[in-house]
Design a protein around this ligand. Structure first.
Ligand code: ATP
Ligand code: MG
Length: 408
């Protein structure tokens, strides 16, 4: 493949970007077979920013079948042959290798009508969403940056490749991706891109809830989420109905880095329905809903020993911990610290659940109690007394109580 074509776009690297061994090996195998191969997109962006990427994507001039023949059928998984993606297994790791492609017309704002493969890296880069994501690198050729991504990364700018309105009309998810990258990276939206994000927001209605959910979750977990959640509330409302403008009330960035807490604060009303609509899994929906209810019922937590133990019994450790931490952020540290009181109490390893009670249902049955609902009722009764401080959690004191109650 002729690399001269990219010459003008080359930024001769003053340094070599660090690539993990298995990624370098993947590039080498493709190159040795006569193809071009580059790491591309988010991993190059992150590396240029001095961050370690989560995963590495490779793009190549090789067609899917050619990728498979470079690595052998045993080392490849045909992940999405139609879209040109093959997963290569190498040194116990996996790398997605995708043939350079051009997207055909987008008829519905979601899916390209067809995908065409190309042997041109520049064409592949130009179909990508933002200039910062349209960068490619390989050790033998350096950085390929046909859209000015490196300068935008340095300036902290999110800029669409090409005309923002057209790009959002092609795939409206890019609107939310722009906001997600802003929330995660702390970048600024370039002016025309920002105007198109607002202007095209209605298109987000066409996007599947699953795709929305994936981007929204990354957005709310971003270290720079506050400004997005505040300034772009009218955009987020289109794809995530029920989301509130928290900017004046609370800093989401300062909440615990937990998705369920952040969702609970962002969707305080009808949490369950709002999150179900976004296809969140049952655990996330339930946990966020519980936390939202606790925050609504008791914005300032009660920090007495008995109240905390009851909360631990009813909600479990995780929800209690998250609720206290969230309440503390939301009350801006005014009032007694539930989080500190919880921490102190947990250090004593107190009993707040049936599992921790020194006597079990099995013990009661072995001592002669008839199996049935009365066993559970008696255990609950004893747990309440232990939490109240009226009974010691030891088998001696609990069995004395059982005898006194005359149930054995
Ligand atoms: P992250 O660090 O979150 O993985 P990323 O930039 O790698 O960010 P991905 O969703 O993994 O994002 O996508 C990989 C690359 O594919 C992007 O960097 C971009 O070049 C391209 N891409 C992804 N989604 C789109 C899209 N909707 N439209 C155009 N290009 C896209
Ligand atoms: Mg990625």
């Amino acid at each position: 493949m002729n690399r001269q074509r990219h010459q003008n776009a080359f930024v001769k690297n003053p340094w070599d970007l660090p690539l993990p061994g298995y990624v370098a090996k993947t590039l080498r195998s493709l190159e040795q077979a006569g193809y071009e191969a580059y790491v591309v997109g988010g991993c190059v962006r992150d590396t240029l920013m001095g961050k370690e990427p989560d995963d590495w994507d490779v793009c190549t001039s090789a067609l899917p079948k050619e990728i498979v023949s470079c690595f052998g059928a045993r080392k490849t998984i045909p992940t999405g042959m139609k879209h040109g993606t093959v997963t290569v297994l190498i040194d116990g790791q996996s790398v997605e290798v995708t043939t350079y492609r051009i997207d055909g017309d987008y008829l519905d704002g979601r899916h390209p009508s067809e995908v065409a493969f190309t042997r041109s890296l520049s064409e592949d880069l130009k179909r990508r969403d933002f200039t910062m994501n349209a960068v490619a690198y390989c050790p033998s050729a350096g950085l390929v940056d046909v859209c000015g991504g490196r300068a935008d990364i340095a300036a902290g700018l999110i800029r669409c490749v090409g005309d923002p309105r057209r790009r959002f009309e092609e795939d409206a998810l890019r609107i939310l991706r722009a906001l997600r990258f802003k929330a995660v990276l702390g970048f600024t939206l370039e002016e025309e891109t920002a105007a198109a994000v607002r202007g095209c927001r209605g298109l987000l209605k066409q996007i599947s809830k699953e795709r929305i959910q994936a981007e929204l979750s990354k957005l709310v977990m971003g270290d720079h989420a506050d400004s997005v959640l505040g300034s772009f509330h009218e955009v987020l409302e289109v794809c995530a109905p029920g989301i509130i403008d928290v900017s004046k009330r609370v800093s989401v960035e300062r909440l615990p880095k937990d998705l369920t807490v952040r969702l609970a604060v962002l969707f305080p009303v009808e949490t369950r329905a709002a999150l179900r609509a976004l296809k969140y899994d049952n655990h996330t929906v339930r946990q966020a809903d519980r936390i939202a209810r606790l925050l609504a019922d008791r914005p300032a937590p009660r920090t007495g020993r008995k109240e905390i133990l009851c909360l631990l019994r009813d909600e479990g450790r995780e929800i209690t911990r998250l609720y206290f931490a969230a309440a503390e952020t939301m009350t801006k540290g005014c009032g007694p610290s539930g989080a500190a009181a919880l921490k102190e109490l947990l250090q004593e390893d107190p009993c707040y659940s049936l599992k921790q009670l020194a006597v079990s249902g099995g013990d009661l049955i072995r001592l002669g109690m008839r199996p049935g609902p009365a066993v559970g009722q008696l255990l609950d009764e004893m747990l309440t007394l232990v939490i109240d401080g009226q009974l010691e959690n030891s088998s001696g004191s609990l069995l004395d109580y059982v005898k006194k109650r005359g149930v054995l």
